[in-house]
Design a protein around this ligand. Structure first.
Ligand SMILES: Nc1ncnc2c1ncn2[C@@H]1O[C@H](COP(=O)(O)OP(=O)(O)O)[C@@H](O)[C@H]1O
Ligand SMILES: O=C(O)C1=C[C@@H](OP(=O)(O)O)[C@@H](O)[C@H](O)C1
Ligand SMILES: [Mg+2]
Length: 168
């Protein structure tokens, strides 16, 4: 069975998508992001899924996307920030190389701001992010096989550190 060389988890704004693309380029492998898979399957952007069908439906699509990507993708895989909320997803990550991109509130807020692409953060992003991060911190720690600090660091530097971690 194919297995991702590295799965990236972390809060919104931790840089999973940005660092994941950079890491995949450095490793010469494909990059995949479950958020993009969900949008392709649903045929619409994530904010529209939240508006039309709600978060619970998004989480159902996300569980299917995570299972499919873990079983079929051999490159770098980025998950959505809330994927770790599902016990099913946390269980599916056991045995994988999972890097937690850690970020503290100030950098996360600066990076995502009032982002239009993240429906959960469309209103009051600082308070919402703080709540999400407090709730999820133990879950990222539970699934991660390594943690890389991203605060005040460029995506290139973070990707380089992960390349080093992946060396046997
Ligand atoms: N290390 C970093 N330093 C500064 N900005 C970053 C960093 N990583 C990501 N960003 C920026 O923050 C925003 C969110 O990044 P993204 O990769 O989409 O995060 P995630 O997928 O974890 O939510 C983007 O505008 C991106 O350019
Ligand atoms: O934190 C979350 O619950 C979410 C994070 C988003 O992905 P990023 O972490 O890549 O922003 C996306 O999956 C969706 O908007 C929900
Ligand atoms: Mg992302």
């Amino acid at each position: 069975m194919t297995k991702p060389v590295c799965v990236l988890v972390g809060a919104p704004g931790s840089g999973k998508t940005t660092v994941g693309e950079e890491l995949a380029a450095r490793l010469g492998v494909d990059f995949r992001d479950t958020d993009a898979d969900i949008e392709a399957l649903a045929g619409k952007p994530i904010p529209e899924i939240f508006i039309d069908e709600g978060e619970a439906h998004f989480r159902t699509l996300e569980r299917a996307a995570v299972a499919a990507a873990l079983a079929s993708h051999g490159g770098v895989l980025a998950l959505g920030g809330g994927a770790v909320l599902a016990e099913e997803n946390r269980a599916a990550l056991v045995g994988h190389t999972v890097v937690h991109l850690s970020v503290e509130l100030p950098d996360a807020v600066k990076r995502v701001g009032l982002s239009t692409g993240r429906p959960l953060l469309a209103i009051n992003p600082r308070a919402t992010l703080k709540h999400l991060m407090d709730q999820r911190r133990p879950l990222y720690a539970e699934v991660a096989t390594a943690t890389v600090v991203t605060d005040g660091r460029a995506p290139e530097e973070i990707a380089a550190e992960i390349v080093g971690l992946l060396k046997p």
